[in-house]
Design a protein around this ligand. Structure first.
Ligand SMILES: Nc1ncnc2c1ncn2[C@@H]1O[C@H](COP(=O)(O)OP(=O)(O)O)[C@@H](O)[C@H]1O
Ligand SMILES: [Mg+2]
Length: 263
């Protein structure tokens, strides 16, 4: 299966990129559905926009608007994407979703609806409309190679989308939860440290450190690295005391102690 080239500015997210690439390059025919969720500011939009850029896919970010406004804006953005002279006019979501399926008539492409929960808040029927549009043996689905990706940050909402007897359950062939970035990885990326000889234990979850803005993150991590390094050295000393010094004297130890984290 084709793996799309990773954008050079993308940090980490190898697994997520690989899984998304596989989903949107699946050679089989038929429209498919995927759901992407994760807390806010973890990089969902970043991943999905990059995916659309890499493949010539279609990206639409919903906002907190009325159903009518969203349909109008989708029609305008779609017309832009297709090079149509005037906005496409959709009276309801049925033709709108079919227009998204038609985007994949020639080849497989990702079609992203970001902030999907906003749309459902304005129109609770939307999940079942998508469900019906993607029904097996439906011509619009069978002749399409659209990989429709619905994305949202409202975790409980996105979870409910696929749970129990929710309409979309059973339709989604792909589900991706974008997890919080590993802050130790982030530290290695953002600070000029040599992982081979750096004790690096940032054990606390410091929320501001999750702000993925290098300039703001670096000083926070610098401070916590010095602190973590001191704790880690103490842990290493304790570990050596338990496992080498006491063991050499035949003194039994309780517990295992914690090894210094080095990787
Ligand atoms: N893997 C990454 N590499 C580089 N920058 C990233 C990465 N993931 C997210 N970002 C940046 O972090 C910020 C938040 O990401 P965003 O995609 O808006 O999150 P979400 O859609 O999950 O709320 C953006 O400025 C984005 O460019
Ligand atoms: Mg987003």
């Amino acid at each position: 299966m084709l793996s799309l080239p990773r954008p050079p500015e993308m940090f980490d997210r190898e697994r997520e990129w690989r899984d998304l690439s596989a989903f949107v390059t699946d050679p089989a025919t038929g429209g498919t559905l995927g759901v992407v969720s994760g807390r806010r500011r973890q990089g969902k939009t970043f991943l999905l926009r990059a995916l659309c850029q890499a493949t010539g896919g279609f990206y639409f970010a919903a906002d907190e608007a009325t159903d009518r406004e969203s349909l109008n804006r989708l029609g305008a953005v779609l017309a832009d994407h297709l090079g149509a002279p005037a906005p496409l006019a959709f009276d309801t979501w049925h033709p709108a979703v079919d227009a998204l399926l038609a985007l994949g008539r020639e080849r497989r492409i990702p079609v992203v609806i970001d902030e999907f929960p906003y749309l459902v808040r304005a129109n609770a029927q939307l999940p079942s409309i998508v469900q019906n549009a993607l029904a097996p043996l439906r011509a619009e689905r069978d002749t399409s190679r659209t990989s429709l990706l619905l994305c949202g940050s409202a975790m409980s909402f996105m979870g409910r989308l696929l749970s129990g007897n929710a309409p979309l359950r059973g339709r989604a062939g792909f589900e991706l939860v974008v997890p919080t970035l590993d802050h130790q990885l982030a530290a290695r990326e953002l600070l000029s440290i040599d992982p081979a000889d750096t004790y690096l234990v940032v054990e606390h979850e410091y929320p501001p450190a999750r702000i993925q803005d290098k300039a703001r993150l670096a000083p926070i991590l610098k401070g916590s690295l010095a602190f973590a390094k001191a704790i880690d050295e103490a842990a290493a000393a304790m570990f050596a005391l338990q496992h080498e010094v006491m063991a050499a004297q035949g003194i039994p130890i309780q517990g295992k102690g914690r090894e210094a984290y080095r990787s």
